[in-house]
Ligand binder design. Structure first.
Ligand SMILES: *Cc1c(COP(=O)(O)O)cnc(C)c1O
Length: 376
């Protein structure tokens, strides 16, 4: 059996090595390391794949979120609502810009922001909502967009974990996640579903003015060379990464299918284990399985993690400390939060290996190891 990894980038690379190596060599030969042709090609292909008007490439998913907030002219003191149960980047940029993070509860079944809790958290200072499509399924965007338009709020979708995911509205229309809100952001960090071989990210919007502003912000606030109208950043997606992403974008749907196949294998294996809740998929979304995350009841999670590690099966806790308990916000004078579902999940979730290269032998071995621990 091949060694089991949380994410097996090496085996995936081996399968596409010839194409990738050629594309990277072409960039080296062209010496257009910044803003070479593959960057524009990537933007065009992503714009077609996602059906969104503008794609603004940038250096990583955290910059993408930060620049989205900068483009919306959010000011210190403005409140930005985010789920507490997410990767820290979502809220970190709120704090970095001296905006006020407001943490809300997630739906314990979907792991995504709970629209009812979200609406309750709105105050006259609220300016934006940042839903996160956690683990690869969409947050309840129809409800979120209704609440946003009722209260006149911006919506920034953190789509770092769900690129390629389809959201279905109640009238049957489908849209890709990241293209529904005011702005969508994503990350091409190597382990993400569409991963580069280094850091990279992108921003999506259908708004021409915002797109123009985002492009300026990503390039030192520059309107024409050496004329700087805004305070911006230096945040680019480099040509080598774009050349790699162009190849991998063509395979994204195939990769999503492979992840779904692995998830289906796990689901079936865990069907009759009452201690395990397998991922729930809400009716308005499909799942691209960035992570395959179980909720455990009455299982010593740390002992399971250790038991699996001894059997050479990695497992991870995403995320052990929710945002509202992170020390980085201690100077923000945040209220005493009571987020029961978030705390409950934090203590019970465990993610199993999930990537495009898992074979049935590996999946069977992982599932048996989990079941062995729980039923022994
Ligand atoms: C990975 C990730 C980010 C940040 O992306 P980077 O490219 O690592 O900066 C932001 N939000 C979520 C939910 C993520 O998973």
């Amino acid at each position: 059996m091949r060694p089991i990894q949380m994410v097996d980038l090496k085996t995936q690379y081996n399968a596409i090595k010839t194409e990738i190596n050629e594309a990277v060599l072409n960039v080296l030969e062209s010496s257009a390391y910044i803003n070479g042709k593959p960057v524009q090609e990537l933007c065009d292909s992503l714009s077609a794949y996602l059906d969104v008007k503008h794609v603004i490439p940038c250096a990583n998913g955290t910059d993408a979120l930060q620049m989205a907030m900068m483009a919306l002219d959010l000011q210190p003191g403005d409140e930005v609502i985010t789920p507490s149960f997410t990767f820290i980047a979502t809220t970190e940029v709120v704090a970095l810009l001296r905006l006020t993070p407001v943490f809300v509860e997630v739906d314990p079944k979907t792991f995504c922001i709970d629209p009812v809790a979200l609406e309750k958290a709105i105050t006259p200072k609220t300016k934006a909502i940042v839903p996160v499509h956690l683990y690869g399924q969409a947050a309840n965007m129809e409800e979120i967009m209704k609440i946003a338009s009722k209260h006149n709020l911006y919506v920034i979708e953190d789509n770092a974990q769900a690129i390629g995911c389809d959201y279905t509205f109640s009238d049957g229309t489908k849209k890709k996640t990241g293209t529904i809100g005011t702005i969508g952001t994503t990350s091409f960090f190597p382990s993400k579903n569409l991963g580069a071989y280094g850091d990279a990210g992108a921003i999506f919007t259908n708004d021409d003015l915002l797109a123009n502003k985002l492009r300026m912000i990503a390039n030192h606030g520059q309107s024409q060379r050496y004329y700087h109208d805004l305070v911006g950043c230096n945040s680019r997606l480099d040509t080598i990464q774009a050349a790699i992403l162009n190849i991998k974008l063509r395979k994204l749907d195939e990769y999503i299918a492979a992840r779904n196949k692995a998830a289906a294998f796990y689901n079936k294996a865990f069907t009759n284990i009452p201690e395990i809740t397998t991922p729930y998929i809400a009716p308005y979304t499909n799942h691209v399985f960035h992570q395959y995350t179980l909720v455990l009841e009455g299982v010593d999670r740390d002992a399971l993690n250790k038991f699996l590690a001894e059997k050479q099966v990695p497992s991870m806790i995403y995320y052990p400390v929710p945002g509202h308990k992170q020390n980085m916000f201690s100077s923000f004078g945040l209220p005493q939060y009571e987020l029961k579902h978030t705390d409950w999940l934090t203590e019970r979730v465990i993610s199993l290996p999930m990537h495009t290269e898992l074979d049935e032998e590996q999946l069977g071995y992982i599932a048996s190891a989990v079941i062995e621990f729980i039923t022994k």
